[in-house]
Design a protein around this ligand. Structure first.
Ligand SMILES: Nc1ncnc2c1ncn2[C@@H]1O[C@H](COP(=O)(O)OP(=O)(O)OP(=O)(O)O)[C@@H](O)[C@H]1O
Ligand SMILES: [Mg+2]
Length: 488
């Protein structure tokens, strides 16, 4: 029989004749053959130079074929080598036992040479296949491992990428947040400066002319009195005046003029006095000259602010006037940036008026009417703080809107009407600038109430970095009093 590659076979048998016959036949068939005469020596030999197939006799002195097989199968280095038992023809028990111990086949003695060779060939082929399969398996296993590793690497890379995207998104949203804060700061500075300057400028410009009108009115009133006295004197001294004088007197209705002129002058004085009060309110409101904290009367600030928005409170065609109920408590002078606090009052009051106007408009279109009201309540809380509560009986604020009321640029008003900065600026002024708190109590349909609390005395004075870390989510509630809106 031809054998393309030389396979190495070990024959284990204690009978020299058997060894001789077999080894000759196998050598002739082209195999490399080694022999061992006992189980022990076979095991040693196999470890030293493993064959590709073992022909193993059962009956041997020392350890028999079965034991040899068991040991070889128990050793991971030798367990894969196919073993063919050599047994006596009739010995069925041996055959079964051999196979159950892991042998691949058996050949019977005396040997049928052709059959033995054929079996050996088949098992060698099978062995080759299984080795090739094993190799392929290993390669596949390796490939799988490589793929798993690649997948893991990809997963790691994806995770890293996701992390980087997340980090960048965080950085970006922080940048946007910072930018918004900077923008608010700019607009706030500009808004306050512009309004403050405008109001202060107007107050200044009006102040002088009004003062001299008011001052001169007194002189004018004295002169008029003198002139009227002189006319009286003429009339008594010269009762028979000329026709021309009599005609002129009738023309100008001298008697009425004499009675009305002093009234006109005194009403002009009332007018100028009112202008002077407004000018004073303007000044109070802007507190333009005051960059430092000062002890002020908070009620003055509230009144000045109300004076500035007075025109918005009055009756308008189709709308009733908005009633302002002042519940001023007994407040001590409060240390604060008065101009800025007035700005807060202005923002909150303007929002209340906006809300009331909106509700009045809606109710009118449904044929209902409303008694619009703004209630301002002040009191000392906890001994060292004051609370200013401003409530309206407008439409109220939904929970969703309440969450965002203090966010910069958040507005529910039509474009052009609101910038959405009023409350965020107010929050910064109260919380950051004064170490106070500003929060809102409201529910839809039940009006809205804004509560400002600031310390009576400022702990740390003007901090130039107050813009740097405004935390808009900080709306802690300190006041224990029940909501003012419940009373409206
Ligand atoms: N008293 C209130 N009643 C109902 N909604 C209110 C009231 N006060 C504030 N809001 C709601 O809060 C939003 C934000 O108010 P904020 O004063 O910050 O901005 P704005 O009034 O819309 O615009 P801006 O004040 O900059 O002109 C308002 O658009 C409004 O929806
Ligand atoms: Mg507003």
């Amino acid at each position: 029989m031809q054998n393309s590659q030389t396979n190495f076979i070990l024959i284990v048998d204690d009978t020299p004749t058997n060894l001789e016959v077999l080894s000759e036949a196998l050598t002739d068939a082209g195999f490399d053959v080694a022999v061992a005469t006992s189980g022990e020596s076979a095991i040693k030999q196999i470890e030293y130079e493993p064959p590709e197939l073992i022909l193993l006799d059962v009956m041997m002195p020392g350890i028999d074929g079965f034991e040899t097989c068991r040991r070889l199968k128990a050793n991971h280095k030798t367990k894969h080598i196919p073993i063919i038992f050599m047994t006596a023809l009739a010995d069925t028990v041996d055959k079964v036992k051999g196979l159950s111990l892991g042998a691949v086949d058996y050949i019977t003695k005396p040997f049928q040479q052709a059959e033995a060779l054929a079996r050996i060939q088949i098992h060698l082929q099978l062995q080759n296949f299984s080795v090739a399969l094993e190799k392929q398996n290993t390669r596949l296993q390796q490939e799988i491992e490589e793929r798993v590793a690649a997948e893991l690497a990809l997963q790691k890379l994806t995770q890293e990428l996701e992390q980087r995207v997340e980090d960048r998104t965080k950085e970006l949203s922080q940048a946007i947040h910072d930018l918004q804060k900077a923008q608010v700061k700019l607009i706030q500075a500009e808004k306050l400066a512009t309004l403050g300057q405008l109001v202060a400028g107007v107050a200044h410009e009006i102040n002088n002319p009004v003062n001299f009108i008011h001052g001169n009115l007194q002189h004018a009133s004295c002169y008029i009195e003198d002139l009227l006295e002189l006319i009286n004197l003429y009339q008594t001294q010269f009762p028979n005046s000329t026709p021309e004088i009599t005609k002129k007197s009738k023309e100008i209705d001298l008697e009425f003029l004499r009675l009305d002129l002093p009234k006109i002058v005194s009403s002009m004085a009332v007018g100028t006095q009112r202008i002077q009060e407004i000018v004073q309110s303007f000044r109070n409101f802007s507190r333009h000259d005051e960059a430092e904290v000062k002890k002020v009367n908070i009620h003055d600030g509230l009144n000045s602010t109300l004076m500035l928005i007075d025109h918005r409170l009055k009756t308008k065609p189709g709308y009733p006037a908005i009633q302002v109920i002042k519940e001023y408590g007994n407040l001590p002078p409060v240390e604060c940036f008065a101009g800025k606090m007035n700005q807060v009052f202005m923002n909150i009051l303007s929002n209340a008026i906006d809300a009331l106007e909106e509700l009045m408009g809606d109710m009118q279109s449904f044929g209902h009417s409303l008694s619009p009201m703004i209630r301002i309540h002040t009191e000392v809380v906890g001994g060292d703080r004051i609370a200013i509560r401003i409530a309206d009986n407008g439409p109220g604020i939904s929970e969703a809107v309440q969450k965002r009321v203090f966010d910069p640029f958040f507005t529910t008003k039509p474009a052009g009407k609101g910038t959405g900065l009023g409350m965020s600026i107010s929050h910064q002024i109260v919380v950051e600038k004064h170490g106070g708190s500003l929060y809102c109590i409201s529910s839809l349909g039940k009006g809205a109430e804004f509560i400002i609390e600031i310390p009576i005395q400022q702990v740390q004075l003007s901090d130039p970095s107050w813009w740097e870390s405004p935390d808009l989510s900080q709306n802690s509630i300190h006041s224990q009093t029940s909501p003012l809106i419940a009373q409206i």
